[in-house]
Design a protein around this ligand. Structure first.
Ligand SMILES: C[S@@+](CC[C@H](N)C(=O)[O-])C[C@H]1O[C@@H](n2cnc3c(N)ncnc32)[C@H](O)[C@@H]1O
Length: 332
């Protein structure tokens, strides 16, 4: 019996409510799910865009050892953009898209129409990552997470449970924030009020509060001496630490810094030029939701600080690491 059979057989015994398998108790996201991607550019929502991203994922995952037709589990699918892109590729096997949030599983399910889905079967599940090993051993060959590992309370324990679910040679692939780049963003953000004042456009008290929140947020993510169990975003990652945690549980790590698994290698390499400045501009807009006019002023007055990185960020040198793709392979 291969993974596809064991996953389908297992799901046939799990309660299904409104088209969603109830694998874990529901848990809402700490921010309004409907507003999660309201700043997503419209050109990133087309079928053509999703097909392109699906193709890049297939190619990257195959390069890492994924065998077409094998079952795929997505954890923390959120509003389902990665899920939809995966579903456009017929080479992916049975696809199980999961999230603990009922609102997100509903939104993801609504995004994947019958026209879009090319895979043999797509299912939806309510699942907490911490309970991934409710799935039978060897039942999925690939576990995909984008921006989810940093929400999980006990990462070493999660890795152990994934290793129990994957067959030998199976893959756990995550795209996540890196420690050093985020610390650098917090450090830079401290200089924003002085830079604005120096340019003759000092920040208002409301803008100052936005900056202070960004500085405190980066520091909180980086700290390891506080209880984060009640926080939504918890961690920033260092490859050396994940390498050791994976090794302990039979997962070998390969790391691709500043590398999106939804993008082709040529674009990933081109993205390296002026990467820090673009990443920061994107972060204050899309993640911190600063008003557009304030974002524009901040980027204008901080521009010269980023010139330092010009010789360090080239197509052949990735510069400081802000995020990246971690590929864990279950040892054979
Ligand atoms: C930053 S969003 C990313 C959503 C989606 N993967 C994407 O890239 O658009 C984080 C997602 O992780 C989910 N999440 C948070 N904690 C989780 C946990 N312990 N187990 C599984 N998913 C979790 C949230 O509900 C949310 O959908």
């Amino acid at each position: 019996m291969d993974g596809t059979d064991s996953l389908a057989r297992f799901l046939s015994k799990v309660p299904l409510v409104d088209g969603v398998y109830q694998l874990s108790p529901p848990r809402a996201f700490q921010h309004a799910e409907e507003q999660y991607d309201e700043r997503r550019p419209p050109e990133n929502c087309t079928l053509e865009f999703l097909r392109r991203q699906g193709g890049h994922m297939l190619s990257f995952f195959r390069d890492q050892g994924y065998q077409p037709g094998q079952p795929v589990l997505e954890i923390g699918c959120g509003p389902g953009w990665v899920s939809a892109a995966l579903a456009t590729q017929r080479e992916f096997g049975h696809l199980l898209c999961t999230d603990p949030s009922p609102a997100f599983t509903r939104i993801a399910r609504g995004r994947i129409s019958q026209d879009l889905a090319q895979v043999s079967r797509v299912d939806y599940g309510m699942l907490l990552a911490e309970e991934v090993d409710v799935l039978p051993p060897g039942s999925v060959a690939l576990i995909v997470l984008r921006s989810v590992l940093h929400h999980i309370t006990g990462v070493p324990e999660f890795l152990r449970r994934c290793a129990a679910v994957l067959p030998p040679g199976g893959l756990l692939i995550c795209e996540e924030p890196f420690y050093d780049g985020y610390v650098l963003m917090g450090f830079l953000a401290q200089c924003i009020p002085d830079a604005l004042a120096g340019a003759g456009c000092p920040c208002t008290p409301e803008e100052r509060a936005l900056v202070d929140t960004l500085v405190a947020t980066m520091q909180f993510y980086a700290r390891r001496d506080v209880d984060k169990s009640q926080a939504e975003d918890k961690h920033l990652f260092r490859p050396d630490e994940l390498l050791l945690q994976g090794r302990e549980v039979g997962l070998d790590l390969t790391c691709f810094p500043n590398w999106y698994f939804t993008v082709d290698p040529e674009t990933n390499r081109k993205n390296r030029a002026r990467h820090f400045q673009r990443f920061f501009a994107n972060y204050i807009d899309r993640c911190m939701h600063w008003p557009p006019e304030f974002c524009a002023r901040v980027i204008a007055v901080t521009g010269r600080y980023f010139d330092y990185f010009v010789p360090l960020e080239t197509e052949t040198a990735p510069g400081p690491y802000f995020f990246g793709t971690f590929v864990f392979t279950r040892r054979r």
